[in-house]
Write a protein that binds this ligand. Sequence first.
Ligand SMILES: [Zn+2]
Length: 302
Amino acid sequence: MEGEAHQRGARSPPPDPGGDRDEDERLRELMRLCYEEGIMPHNIHPGEMSIEGREVRFKVNEHIDRVKIAWLKEHTVTVIFRERARFLPKKVKDDIVRAYEDDKIQDGSFEAENFRRGRVKVESPNVVSYVAKSRAIASWMVTKGHDEITIGQDTYKLEFKPWLSKAQLREQRREEDDLTFWVVAVQVPLDSFFYLEAQVARAIGPIVRTHPTEPDRLKPSLVNIKFDNDPTSRPNMKDKIWVITPEGDELEVKLASSETPRCRRCRAFFHTDNECRRGARQNQPNSQPGGGGQQSASSQGY
Ligand SMILES: [Zn+2]
């Protein structure tokens, strides 16, 4: 805490002194201004630039980046929402992280009037990064390691880790995907809805949980249903269920899972961002009918 009070007044970047230790101090102060106050340094070396057409690439300075990573490691906690906690809305996840700040204020670790809140950034459906204003709170959470919280009748598991790089986050996400296995039945017709749960269980494996039905984003008259399955049944994943009726009709239900391509723009399965027809309708005469008025999924928090 002691390091913070006298730094607070510094609004403009400090002058550039000579010497490596001084230089590191100056860099650390620039990091603080950037990640706490939101002021980007204008006089930092931008990196070695190369231009390819209308894209530009910067190879950043190794030393500066090492100082940056060290600073982020000291101040940033990666909060992992385990199991069911993954499905909590973004707002609730935010509130949970804030509650840890409140805890530390209430137990007298910080003076309430001097304490300022850190930033919470969503990294993936079950991971947020929390940049604490105080090293003390970050290291307290990392030392704590994990926690369980109760909301209503449900208990949720959280894990706290030091800052993770992009590559580590990817690895973290892959591990999480290995522990969970879900199947979404996409655009289910009414006729086959009746059999769906029994058929998914029969074709793929035991169902741990069936989520509430949701209207399909592209065809709101059809529903999507998500099942959490036992992870051991992952190898049994299927791409489609066909239901043959006694009248000879063949009803198609498409199945998606974490490996299925998914668009981050419209959240629909079976296409990627680049292939998305949303927002590019004027160029794409084939755009889906019936999907026009729907909002994007961003309002759902994940
Ligand atoms: Zn899309």
